[in-house]
Design a protein around this ligand. Structure first.
Ligand code: GLP
Length: 253
């Protein structure tokens, strides 16, 4: 695991963009990216977009797979991850919308939708670089604590803490936050050739510490990434503030 600790949230976006672009170039032109919702990667998408416009990377033939989607929102809801990905990724990176995939949380048969999603990722040749954030409880995608470490895309129930964290997108009303979702599994995420995590701020510090220094254990789902051979973590000082062995863990190039 390469753990880059940088001074500010802005520096997180720039450093992560460097690493993303390196990987995108290796897999050009048919680069397959995995994308995440949440506030953590928003500045990263903007940094990549600026650099794509400057000609550093060409994403015209790139495809994208989102990590997850709520279940229970009406289609077209502005906080559905279909809408969020369209706003923060597809439009910002000027991707071909036909090549951007989000799990179908609107499907009547969620088990079939989950199988279809896995099949679509396989048909694309797998994900070259999966961008992820981390939940305050250590979740990645919507793989909440005690998810199977080998899980595949499936429907899941969200924990009250995660719904409370996401209430800010729903008029601060937890009742409006769906309690079900469809998410790539931890096994699905582990199949990505590279995982690129970004995290900022003190409220992620405990989860980051557990992911990097804790036991590999479903209590902190992100800790499964300790078994992945190509993980790049880019965090600011605040998110790194609870790491105990910081000088052993800090990665520099
Ligand atoms: C959300 C998403 C995750 C995201 C996480 C953190 O619920 N499903 O993909 O990484 O929680 O969100 P944020 O970046 O807003 O803190």
């Amino acid at each position: 695991m390469q753990v880059f600790i940088v001074p500010t949230p802005e520096a997180v976006a720039e450093k992560a963009a460097d690493k993303f672009i390196e990987t995108a170039k290796e897999h050009a032109p048919f680069f397959v990216m995995g994308v995440a919702t949440g506030s953590s990667p928003v500045a990263l998408y903007q940094a990549i977009a600026r650099r794509a416009k400057a000609g550093e990377v060409d994403l015209r033939h790139a495809s994208a797979f989102a990590l997850d989607e709520y279940v229970g929102l009406p289609e077209g809801h502005p906080e559905s991850y279909h809408a969020v990905i369209d706003r923060t990724v597809t439009k910002v990176l000027d991707l071909d919308p036909q090549l951007v995939h989000v799990p179908n949380g609107f499907a009547t048969d969620l088990k079939q939708a989950a199988r279809d999603y896995e099949a679509a990722i396989s048909a694309a040749g797998g994900i070259d670089c999966q961008i992820v954030g981390i939940g305050a409880n250590g979740h990645i995608g919507f793989n909440e604590p005690f998810s199977s470490l080998a899980s595949r895309t499936r429907d899941k129930t969200l924990m009250p803490g995660t719904r409370a964290d996401n209430a800010r997108f729903f008029d601060n009303d937890i009742e409006q936050v769906p309690s079900e979702c469809l998410t790539q599994g931890l096994g699905t995420i582990m199949d990505a050739k590279q995982v690129l995590m970004v995290a900022q701020g003190e409220n992620k510090a405990e989860a980051i510490k557990n992911m990097i220094e804790g036991p590999v254990c479903s209590r902190c789902p992100a800790s499964i990434l300790q078994y992945h051979p190509n993980v790049v973590v880019v965090i600011d000082e605040a998110a790194a503030s609870k790491i105990e062995n910081i000088e052993l863990i800090r990665y520099t190039e």
